[in-house]
Design a binder for this molecule. Structure first.
Ligand SMILES: Cc1cc2nc3c(=O)[nH]c(=O)nc-3n(C[C@H](O)[C@H](O)[C@H](O)COP(=O)(O)O)c2cc1C
Length: 349
């Protein structure tokens, strides 16, 4: 059924289709009876999928990766689709339009996407308003919400830590965990922040802020801080990140973001492959699994990893979990496999 809908959707501009499809789904979910029918249809039937990590109970290990619901607009719809977690963002302090359109391209033959969105988002204050409303209406929702934070394009790298601080403080009461994104290829210079000293500055600062907030509030609820890394790091750069993560006792890593590599693409994709941006989907699968395995082995399973990159099926998810991941996320497979992707993966685990 989804294949049929997909072939229709694929006739149109990918970004327009994304918002159109989610708006349609939202209309269906706005009526309680249809919402209940959809929730029942998308609910994973497998039991015992709940996974505890950092003291947080994820109803299932399959999350939606950052960039799909940048502005926290579709939480109810994504909950209906059976995701155990949704990582909202990347959110920046100020709203920004992102790069010029078109900026999203399908490489159908390779089950891949190239995007150069450039952190288009409505800014952290708008996102907080939505999360506040969500939290007050849906106190019982078991779906976990991660906050993926970044810097504005106009902020120079030496002041980047301030942008991360603003987003961290604003989102603190509304998300269950944080992901510091310094690995998107679409904000000029951002990935330079993956260098050890820049990372130490940003991450240690957030850890200090967290400690202060917890002390003030007397709360014991830790908000884990994770770092999302690029699959284009060299082995020695990756080892630097791992050393730092151990040194500052970082809570976890998200491996990986999209890649700037265009290796292993089919001849049919060569034209689209010329588009600049990050490549995601099936061509990224192996590299991101290698990163997960390397982190797991180098740290003796000491740092939890959320795996992201080319997960389409339960077998792909198992591959990541066997390589050492604690949780998995999907993005590109949502486009190719449809809204039942979380259910399908969960049921096969
Ligand atoms: C259109 C698009 C937008 C994305 N935006 C973000 C983003 O804002 N922040 C981020 O950390 N990752 C972003 N990503 C990367 C995904 O979260 C994910 O890490 C990556 O696509 C690899 O997973 P996949 O192969 O399952 O798609 C984006 C990916 C796509 C395809």
């Amino acid at each position: 059924m989804y294949k049929l809908i997909r072939s229709f959707f694929f006739l149109f501009d990918p970004e327009k289709v994304h918002y159109f499809a989610m708006s349609m789904f939202r209309i269906l979910c706005s009526f309680a009876p249809t919402r209940k029918i959809l929730a029942a249809a998308f609910k994973p039937s497998a039991s015992n999928l709940a996974t505890e990590q950092w003291g947080i109970c994820f109803p299932n290990p399959v999350g939606l990766a950052a960039g799909f619901d940048k502005n926290a607009k579709y939480l109810r719809e994504l909950e209906v689709m059976g995701f155990g977690a949704v990582e909202i963002g990347t959110v920046t302090p100020l709203a920004q339009p992102g790069n010029d359109k078109p900026r999203l391209f399908r490489l159908v033959k390779d089950k891949a996407i190239i995007n150069r969105m450039g952190f288009n988002n409505e800014g952290v204050k708008e996102v907080v308003k939505r999360l506040e409303a969500w939290r007050s209406k849906r106190r019982q929702s078991p779906m976990i919400i991660g906050g993926n934070i970044g810097k504005n394009k106009v902020t120079p790298n030496e002041n980047a830590w301030k942008d991360y601080e603003i987003c961290f403080n604003e989102l603190f009461d509304y998300v269950d965990y944080f992901v510091v994104n310094v690995s998107s290829p679409n904000t000029p210079g951002l990935r330079e922040l993956q260098e050890k000293d820049s990372l130490r500055k940003i991450l240690s600062h957030l850890q200090t802020l967290r400690a202060e907030r917890l002390k003030l509030s007397g709360s014991t609820i830790q908000k884990p801080i994770l770092l999302k890394i690029a699959p284009d790091l060299t082995e020695s750069q990756l080892d630097d990140v791992i050393d730092l993560a151990k040194e500052i006792q970082l809570d976890g890593l998200v491996a990986t973001n999209t890649t700037i590599s265009r290796d292993n693409l089919s001849p049919e994709s060569q034209e689209k492959a010329k588009e600049t941006g990050g490549l995601s989907g099936l061509p990224l699968k192996q590299k991101s699994t290698e990163f997960v395995r390397h982190i797991y082995e180098k740290t003796n399973a000491g740092i939890p990893v959320i795996a992201s990159g080319g997960i389409f099926t339960a077998a792909d998810a198992k591959e990541k979990l066997n390589a050492g991941a604690s949780l998995v996320q999907v993005w590109t497979s949502f486009i190719y496999e449809g809204p039942a992707v979380a259910k399908k993966i969960c049921n096969g685990l």
